[in-house]
Design a binder for this molecule. Sequence first.
Ligand code: NDP
Length: 306
Amino acid sequence: MSLAIISPGRNPQVWIDALIFHQPDIDIQIYPDIKRPEDVEMALLWQHPPGYLDTFPNLKLISSLGAGVDHILSDPAVPASMPIVRIVDEKLTWSMTNYVVMGVLNFHRQITRYQADQKRKVWDMSNPEIPVKVGVMGVGALGGDVLDKLNYLGFPVFGFGFTKKDDFPYPYFSKDHLQDFLNEINVLVCLLPLTPETESILDLKFFKKCQTGTYLINVARGKHLVEEDLIPALNQGFLSGAMLDVYRQEPLPDTHPFWEEERIQITPHIASVTNPRAASPQIIENFRRLRSNQPLLNLVDRKKGY
Ligand code: NDP
């Protein structure tokens, strides 16, 4: 019984080292050098070639190498009955929360304004803080922690999710109450999974519903945002700025207008990168559970798509 790592264009060695560290006798095969496809029962995927899983006649479980599974579900060759697990990990959550806190504080304490003032030798003590009310779309493993930490720092926080939640610890809006949610906030954090329902959710129509001058932080997926609508939303004042970590095309093409736009801060999909040492134990545990027919950890609901 073998575990395949299929992560084209990335060095798999850190994963091999981490998995072997936690289970020295594990049988690992690495794409594209898979010699015994019939032995593979679990595949670890990050942006695998679509259709490639057909190579494995005995595949029983797919694990994402990250929190998101959109890269797996977008492959029509993945059978509807195939269980898919994903990474939920404290280290991943910690990094994501730190990134979002940085974005919120940048807006609240206006770091870009002071950087511009520094270049021009301007000493301007007026209005040093922008009052902030933060809304987080997606209150799962990542969004939930973001809410907790921002609440701890003293910011009013609001959650937005798919299902109704009666006992949520913060003001909460389910998906049919988007306008009520947006009325409360002036910083919007997108931490939704990418599903057919959430794709392109952040478009001009959406931004028109926001409070004037809302600040956007998108750390989920590039396809949540209709990119050509962002600069018009800034120009029309619906938004005042944005911090983006994810894009429709990655790496962001040289000709993309976001590179030149001062109101948009960009980072290269680094908000939170899976740490192989931290994530390997749950992968190995799922491999073990697969063999002993026990319930899997962090199982994706195939109907919901996350
Ligand atoms: P979870 O599955 O734990 O949480 C998803 C949340 O989104 C849930 O609260 C769910 O609502 C809500 N949701 C789903 N669909 C909708 C909808 N149509 N309308 C409103 N709310 C919806 O995911 P994680 O928190 O672990 O991860 C979120 C995403 O973050 C990942 O899918 C990934 O794409 C992205 N990510 C980005 C990284 C980066 O470096 N930029 C790193 C890691 C992840 P409910 O609670 O009601 O089910």
